[in-house]
Write a protein that binds this ligand. Structure first.
Ligand SMILES: [Zn+2]
Length: 179
């Protein structure tokens, strides 16, 4: 239980040290991870079937904007439901701030595959996007380990494997359904 641990629900709020609120942390990690995995799937899937760089970038930007907005809306409504059920007063986090964190985290996650797509030409861009996303997943897993569990490497490998499997599944589906 280091300095950076989240607010824990088993101790009264007034006894807890000033720290990150775990609902914000959840939105941050969820948004980053989903933004990386989903956007990489879109970028790689579309670039497999389309060679026009502008179209690939446009599709990726549309996908990441729509998804980030949808995730922010989902964050708001689901967290609001949790707050309405909460009788303990433990949820002192702001719904709007949580949604904003989700939105920005999703965009940041998406940038791991979009930036290489903008800067580099295909088909190299596709490989760099996947590599960049895997590095991103590892880094975010490591960060999560530092913030939450104190076991950064284990957390990094866990997120790398889970996110990597999800990305790989997207790539396989993209290949199979290639038009
Ligand atoms: Zn909350």
């Amino acid at each position: 239980m280091g300095r950076w641990t989240c607010r824990r629900y088993d101790t009264p709020v007034q006894d807890q040290p000033r720290s990150l609120h775990e609902d914000y942390l959840r939105a941050l990690l969820f948004g980053l991870q989903d933004g990386i995995v989903s956007t990489t799937g879109v970028v790689v899937g579309i670039s497999t079937g389309v060679s026009d760089k502008a179209i690939i970038i446009l599709a990726a930007l549309v996908a990441v904007s729509v998804e980030a907005s949808s995730m922010a809306a989902g964050q708001y409504t689901s967290e609001k439901a949790v707050h309405q059920m909460d009788r303990t007063g433990r949820h002192t986090d702001s719904l709007l701030l949580g949604s904003l964190i989700m939105f920005l985290a999703y965009l940041a996650g998406g940038s791991f595959s979009i930036v290489p797509t903008v800067l580099i030409d295909q088909p190299l861009a596709r490989l760099v996007a996947v590599a960049s996303s895997f590095v991103g997943l590892f880094a975010i897993g490591y960060l999560k380990g530092v913030l939450v569990e104190g076991k950064p490497l284990r957390s990094a490998i866990e997120l790398f494997v889970i996110g990597g499997l999800a990305t790989a599944l997207g790539l396989v589906v993209g290949r199979v359904l290639k038009v």
